[in-house]
Design a protein around this ligand. Structure first.
Ligand code: ATP
Ligand code: MG
Length: 254
């Protein structure tokens, strides 16, 4: 059977610029478009995306990994095939489902150790699981480190989020450089968030390889939903959702 590879979108940027909020809104838009199947991956240990999407986290990928490591430490002999099917089962079990999207939390970052076999299986299985979806949306941790980690290695679209500060754009530039050296071929674009009325898109993005996708405005509803721990799936249709749709279309995602 022919399966096309999903579009894998990773949202990265400075701390607090809106990565989680926008990941939730991107999941909403893509999953409501043509009944596309979306897998939202929360790669931030704080698991904020689960709240923004109103998903219960039963267990994270890291919980599965630790559980298997403990079993092996306790003397269980898991042959390759058993281990593979266990991980397969556990990942499906950890995935929460809603309408057109599924959700998976990564949990705390793994510590590099001598459990390469399990790590590699997990990596392959996440890849395999991802084939059941049209889009994977990954809410990243703040900063540049995660671009280097295994969850992000197959990214097709790096969606950089920035506020209008110089610092925000500098971090976008650094992430972009790291991405050029570590990720395979991918599209790169920057979306500015929380512009005040009348504020212009800043012109201090240095890296000309990064496409400017547009901007979202400071939005009282986005802010109050977050404060009250409410899901962003219920955000009213308005300028920001339309601007985000346009940005996604300009990024070749819609
Ligand atoms: N367009 C917007 N209008 C108003 N508030 C916003 C907007 N975008 C994000 N926020 C608010 O900014 C704060 C940070 O947003 P969010 O948690 O999405 O950022 P983040 O980049 O994921 O942060 P972190 O780096 O801590 O993971 C939240 O209170 C959120 O409600
Ligand atoms: Mg976040």
């Amino acid at each position: 059977m022919y399966t096309s590879y999903p579009k894998i979108i990773a949202l990265c940027g400075k701390g607090g610029v809106g990565k989680t909020s926008i990941s939730a809104l991107v999941t909403k838009i893509l999953s409501e478009n043509n009944n596309s199947r979306v897998l939202a991956i929360d790669a931030d240990p704080a698991l904020g995306l689960s709240i923004a999407l109103d998903m219960q986290v039963k267990k994270t990928v890291n919980d599965i990994r630790n559980q298997l490591i403990n079993e092996i430490k306790d003397g269980s002999k898991l042959d390759k095939q058993t281990l593979l099917s266990r991980i397969d089962y556990e990942i499906l079990d950890a995935m929460a489902e809603k309408q057109n999207f599924a959700f998976l939390g990564i949990g705390r970052p793994e510590t590099e150790g001598c459990y390469c076999q399990i790590n590699n299986f997990l990596k392959d299985l996440i890849k395999e699981v991802s084939l059941n979806f049209d889009y994977i949306v990954i809410d990243g941790e703040a900063g540049i480190e995660q671009v280097n980690r295994r969850v992000l290695e197959k990214v097709t679209h790096l969606l950089l989020i920035s506020d209008t500060s110089i610092k925000g754009s500098q971090i976008v530039g650094s992430i972009s450089q790291v991405a050029d050296n570590t990720l395979g071929p991918h599209e790169k674009g920057v979306l500015f968030n929380r512009l005040k009325p009348g504020e212009e898109i800043p012109d201090h993005v240095q890296d000309t390889n990064i496409k400017i996708l547009g901007s979202l405005y400071e939005d009282e509803q986005i802010y109050s939903f977050d404060r009250q721990g409410e899901s962003l799936l219920g955000l009213s249709k308005g300028n920001n959702l339309s601007s985000l749709e346009n940005a996604l279309a300009g990024f070749g995602l819609l």
